[in-house]
Design a protein around this ligand. Structure first.
Ligand code: FES
Length: 62
């Protein structure tokens, strides 16, 4: 039971050298149409902020 997520509960997971993954029941002001799962950029280099576009992968060796 420890590894199962509670339905509807908001969870924020910080992915190592990557985005913040948010799952569950949440609302982002200005983006109310996004539900269930989103990846927010933490590297500052996404061309689609505030969302991750995968650019962080090219920064891993810097
Ligand atoms: S964290 Fe993925 S582009 Fe910034």
């Amino acid at each position: 039971m420890a590894n199962q997520e509670e339905p509807g509960k908001t969870k924020i997971e910080l992915i190592d050298k990557g985005p913040a993954r948010i799952t569950g029941d949440f609302t982002i002001a200005g983006f109310e149409n996004i539900r269930g799962e989103v990846f927010l950029c933490r590297c500052g280099e996404s061309s689609n902020k505030p969302f991750c576009d995968g650019t962080h992968r090219s920064l891993e060796d810097d």
